[in-house]
Write a protein that binds this ligand. Structure first.
Ligand SMILES: Cc1ncc(COP(=O)(O)O)c(C=O)c1O
Length: 213
């Protein structure tokens, strides 16, 4: 709850500020090694982190992780947490499940970037089709790539250009989805996006992306 919206809800803002200050102090006291690494990382990483959304969590500085196993994360100061977020992907299997860690280590020693299908590909395709009851599969490297590909496929199949995005949700760095819902004329919801770096595409994205609260 931000202080402005708290005031609207009749919450004691001074008490809220005192609580925030106390929590911040307690966070800084418990995470001295993370603070040191955050300062060091600031030298060569934009905003001090390798991926921009690692600063989304509103802590005074990011937590640096020593390891994550099962449902537990341990930070570099030795604090341990039950992880209710599980970093999206960890939600499927937990952190560092031993069978997957073993399979990754073994696959790494057989070559990583040959740009040709591996011996096991047919078997994996068969398993995916069986597990998810979907006959055809395609791999992408990231969720951004998957979203970009699926938008292109959907537009090609339907012949329609317009897409709808959930406002405030992260869909990766696909330009079509970097939009925000803003109040438009006559109370209608309109769509806004940053134009920085995309001068020639701005009009087109305005016309084809809609952001829904
Ligand atoms: C729905 C959705 N789309 C895309 C992404 C971007 O993922 P990636 O960093 O793998 O491109 C995320 C990541 O949080 C996501 O939750």
């Amino acid at each position: 709850v931000t202080v402005t919206s708290a005031r609207r809800l009749g919450i004691d803002c001074d008490a809220l500020q005192r609580l925030l200050a106390r929590e911040k102090e307690s966070f800084l006291a418990k995470h001295r090694e993370s603070a040191r690494l955050a300062a060091a990382s600031d030298a060569h990483w934009l905003n001090g982190v390798p991926m921009h959304w690692m600063r989304d969590w509103n802590t005074p500085h990011p937590l640096f992780v020593r390891h994550a196993r099962g449902v537990e994360i341990e930070d570099v100061d030795g604090n341990r947490y039950i992880d209710f977020c599980l970093g999206d992907t960890g939600a499927m299997f937990g952190h560092a499940p031993p069978p997957i860690a073993r399979a990754l280590a073994a696959a790494g020693t057989e070559g990583i970037t040959a740009m040709l299908p591996a011996e096991r590909v047919a078997r994996v395709g068969e398993k995916l089709a069986h597990l998810f009851a979907l006959p055809f599969w395609q791999m992408t490297q990231t969720a951004t790539d998957a979203n970009r590909a699926v938008l292109r496929w959907a537009r090609a199949v339907t012949g329609r250009a317009r897409i709808l995005c959930f406002d405030g949700c992260y869909h990766g760095t696909v330009d079509d989805t970097l939009v925000r819902a803003v109040p438009g004329a006559n109370g209608a919801s309109a769509c806004a996006r940053s134009i920085a770096g995309m001068p020639s595409c701005t009009t087109e994205v305005h016309g084809t992306s809609r952001s829904s609260p």
